[in-house]
Design a protein. Structure first.
Length: 477
């Protein structure tokens, strides 16, 4: 049997969290919610699962891998936009499968094994399709039409009353409450219930002065200071620190978050320095790290890598200064017109809110539209050497995706824009090194692939390939 999980990564009114987590990767009692879905699907004896991804696909693919960890076969498909996610069903080869389970990343209903049904749920007295259905393979092209249905009209339609959903902050808390109150008992939790309604994971430092009122779930490696009150319906994910005299009630604290002293947090979701008040629907970022902060180890690694790359860029800029001056003099003597060209671009990664984007000016010896047509040697002299200064200033990287200005980013399709602003821009791009075509589809595929595979090894591979081309040349397409 086979399942296809539709995972566009966006949820209404959750833009701040979706900037960092695609919806399915939102932490839910020790695991990403999507992992709970996968484990439930596996319990239905399904071993082959396809994921159709749109927003931040690299986070989903890097977490799940090829499925070997679960003894399954995982395949990932990239849809350019949320609206086109269901269209990808028409290009998947379902081979000899008689029926396929269609699932959605934001819902987990209790369903039966391989029974031809379409599952509906009710919210605010309104019925809607929850994104789950057993569909005969020869009718897979009818799935798109299910999104428009708002009532039970067919014989195989079924209303589900037992389900979890994280399609909003309030539903996230409500679903957590269902699990902690044991109204939904099909999840595989990693924590141990040490007393009724209190789940504790490994390596938790919990002083005797901590007052706990169940239900409460605490992830591994959490640290609590003195005189803390936990007043029920609270989830604290792994690696968090809660300081003295803070009070938590009906709250979710995402992994690696720091909560400062004497805070009264009720009806909130906390992710590092981001606070969402569910009662008022407010999303804010807290600037003061002594109130709310980030404890992620990756932050320290990124800082170390930034210092290294900036130091290397400054060193190279000083070493290549004679070449830089030689280029200026040569162009002044041989070129008609301007020697320097000014290009504006947005510093990446950037926030979702365009008003918070930081614009920078990049000076080079060539026009922006000429970059992909330069030979490697000319690229090195006209773009790479002058670009070293921006890298040394921490406003660009050696390797990344092409820099764009605000107008160019705003003109990108929404899902491409979300992928773009979460990545990093660089002087050397995979598009240039591999001489990729410049059609919109090719650019999107190239940037999506880089976003998925970006890391030190990938950057080193692209950088070494560029160096070889500068030294030995290549044929431009």
């Amino acid at each position: 049997m086979r399942a296809v999980i539709i995972a566009p990564g966006h949820s209404d009114n959750m833009s701040l969290i979706n900037e960092y987590y695609p919806t399915g990767m939102i932490p839910f009692l020790g695991k990403p919610f999507l992992q709970h879905i996968v484990e439930f699907i596996i319990s239905l004896e399904i071993k082959k699962i396809d994921f159709i991804l749109t927003h931040l696909p690299q986070k989903v693919e890097s977490f799940f891998g090829n499925g070997e960890r679960w003894g399954c076969d995982f395949t990932f498909h990239l849809a350019k936009s949320t609206d086109r996610a269901y269209e990808m069903l028409n290009v998947i080869d379902f081979a000899d499968e008689q029926a396929t389970l269609i699932a959605h990343e934001a819902f987990l209903p209790l369903i039966e094994q391989q029974k031809s049904q379409v599952y509906f749920t009710k919210e605010n007295d309104k019925l809607f399709w929850c994104g789950w259905a057993w569909v005969p393979t020869d009718q897979i092209d009818t799935v798109t039409s299910l999104r428009e249905r708002s009532e039970i009209t067919e014989e195989n339609d079924c209303e589900i009353t037992q389900y979890l959903t994280i399609n909003s902050y309030s539903n996230l808390l409500a679903s957590i409450r269902k699990v902690l109150n044991k109204d939904f008992d099909k999840l595989l939790l990693t924590a141990k219930e040490v007393e009724p309604g209190v789940w504790l994971s490994r390596n938790v430092l919990l002083p005797s002065t901590t007052a706990i009122q169940p239900p409460v779930y605490i992830g591994e490696n959490c640290r609590f200071a003195q005189n803390i009150k936990i007043n029920g319906n609270v989830v604290i994910e792994e690696g968090c620190i809660i300081e003295d005299k803070s009070t938590l009630e009906n709250a979710v604290i995402f992994p690696k978050s720091y909560v400062g002293e004497s805070l009264d947090l009720k009806n909130v979701v906390i992710d590092k320095n981001r606070l969402i008040n569910i009662e008022f629907g407010a999303e804010i970022e807290v600037v003061d790290d002594f109130i709310l902060g980030n404890l992620n180890d990756n932050v320290l690694k990124n800082i170390a890598m930034s210092i290294f790359s900036r130091t290397l860029a400054m060193t190279l800029f000083i070493v290549f200064m004679p070449l830089f001056l030689f280029t200026i003099i040569s162009l002044k003597l041989l070129r008609r017109g301007a020697v320097f060209f000014q290009n504006d671009y947005i510093v990446l990664p950037a926030k979702c809110d365009a008003n918070l984007w930081q614009s920078q000016t990049f000076f080079s010896f060539c026009k922006k539209e000429q970059i992909n047509h330069l030979s490697p040697t000319r690229h090195f002299f006209l773009l790479f050497i002058p670009g070293l200064w921006k890298i040394a200033c921490g406003k660009m990287h050696f390797v990344g995706i092409p820099p764009r200005n605000k107008e160019e980013i705003e003109n990108l399709p929404q899902d491409w824009r979300s992928l773009y602003i979460s990545s990093k821009s660089g002087i050397i791009t995979e598009q240039y090194v591999k001489s990729l075509a410049s059609t919109a589809e090719d650019l999107y595929a190239s940037e999506a692939f880089y976003a998925v595979s970006a890391g030190f090894k990938q950057d080193l591979y692209i950088g070494v390939s560029y160096l070889k081309q500068v030294l030995f040349g290549r044929t431009l397409k």
